[in-house]
Design a protein around this ligand. Structure first.
Ligand SMILES: NC(=O)c1ccc[n+]([C@@H]2O[C@H](COP(=O)([O-])OP(=O)(O)OC[C@H]3O[C@@H](n4cnc5c(N)ncnc54)[C@H](O)[C@@H]3O)[C@@H](O)[C@H]2O)c1
Ligand SMILES: [Zn+2]
Length: 352
């Protein structure tokens, strides 16, 4: 197992990465004082993969199943979970165990943050995206109609177990989603951005990304500054996702896919603002393609709606704020003009 510490002042925890990391759960829970029972939150695909069959939590547990997709990241889900927790007599000193991807860890983490005003939880991440990103760092939350992740809390897990064996049942599209966040890390980590990470053993790939995220989170837990770089590619990404919520529209863009498009958009916007040159834009395209992702805007994207959606994104505080590459590397840039955003969207092509 590879252990990546998240050195948060006052509440450090470990990210444990490797085949079978889920079997560390008993010892993790054994190390938490006062736990008498656990609530395991998961989804049907994780159960179907058989990943809970040999789960040992050391204490008795009940399984709670969430629905699928962004729709399950709702206050309704949190209410249902909390009601189930209450009915099973879960107390403040017990533990929630989230076994799944980002949807499960975001919702279960938020339920843990609020049930009894906050209880401990452990993430067992079973998607690539969850392992390299969502399960680490304590951002929990749900969507409301007005925006993605608008309701949530910073609430750190007691440990994160990234079991790379569970990736064995992950569908190809979910691998691609994880690679969207990995492409982001290529621009946030040390060294020249490229896709060579993919040549490493999967445990090492996850560990490298987890280490980048852990360092950024440890330096700025509540996103006062430095942590904002983790939103690289996300301002457009979230807006596209918001437009794609309805799968019947034919634009059911998944998170990591949207981020990949957002990375190339951010590079083009940075060039327009004179922050980077053509070569650096090309590098973005190459890295995104190297992670086997497209940077094309989805057909039917309406620039006006996308810009309006960006304004609602909680990360764009008072004006349009983007995380952009530049001479000092990737950093938040506020006060970006709407006309530059619209022009950059136009530059990306005219989707049908
Ligand atoms: N909190 C954070 O810091 C943070 C960071 C990045 C993303 N996110 C959030 O994460 C979510 C996306 O997470 P995701 O990409 O993991 O998607 P997801 O959680 O929706 O999982 C994708 C699908 O894979 C299934 N699945 C999970 N593990 C599996 C396995 N081992 N085998 C087969 N199927 C499996 C799930 O049941 C689901 O159907 C978004 O809501 C995003 O906002 C949060
Ligand atoms: Zn993301």
């Amino acid at each position: 197992m590879i252990v990546v510490p998240v050195a948060l002042p006052g509440r450090p925890y470990d990210v444990v990465i490797g085949r079978g990391a889920r079997h560390e759960l008993a010892s993790v829970i054994g190390g938490l004082p006062g736990v008498r029972q656990a609530a395991v939150v998961t989804q049907s695909a994780v159960l179907a993969g058989g990943w809970l069959e040999d789960l040992d939590t050391k204490v008795p547990f009940e399984i709670h199943q969430l629905g699928e997709g962004e729709g399950a990241k709702s206050l309704d889900s949190v209410e249902t979970l909390c009601a189930q927790f209450a009915r099973s007599g879960l107390s403040r000193s017990d533990v929630v165990v989230a076994v799944g991807g980002g949807v499960v860890t975001d919702v279960a983490g938020f339920a843990a943050a609020t049930y009894h005003r906050g209880m401990r939880y452990v993430n067992v991440a079973t998607t690539l995206l969850g392992q390299v990103d969502a399960a680490i760092g304590g951002k929990t939350g749900v969507n409301i109609a007005e925006g993605k992740n608008l309701v949530g809390a910073f609430w750190q897990p007691s440990a994160v177990l990234c079991d790379t064996e569970t990736l064995g049942s992950l569908p190809p599209r979910e691998w691609r989603c994880g690679r969207g966040e990995m492409a982001k890390y290529a621009f946030l980590g040390p060294g020249k951005p490229d896709a060579s990470l993919l040549e490493l053993d999967i445990d090492e790939q996850v560990a490298r990304c987890a280490a980048i995220k852990a360092a950024i989170v440890a330096a700025d837990e509540t996103e006062e500054g430095g942590r904002m770089v983790l939103n690289y590619g996300h301002t457009l990404g979230h807006a596209l996702e918001a437009e794609g919520f309805d799968a019947s529209s034919g634009r059911d863009l998944a998170h990591g896919e949207a981020v990949a498009i957002g990375l190339v958009f951010a590079a083009l916007l940075a060039r327009r603002l004179g922050r980077i040159d053509d070569e650096r834009v090309e590098l973005h395209r190459r890295v995104v393609a190297g992670f086997d992702l497209t940077s094309d805007l989805p057909a039917g994207t309406e620039p006006d709606r996308v810009v309006a959606s960006m304004g609602r994104d909680k990360k764009a505080r008072h004006d349009l704020t983007f995380v952009l590459d530049g001479p000092n590397g990737v950093e938040p840039v506020s006060g970006v003009g709407e006309s530059d955003v619209v022009a950059t969207l136009a530059e990306m092509g005219s989707p049908q």
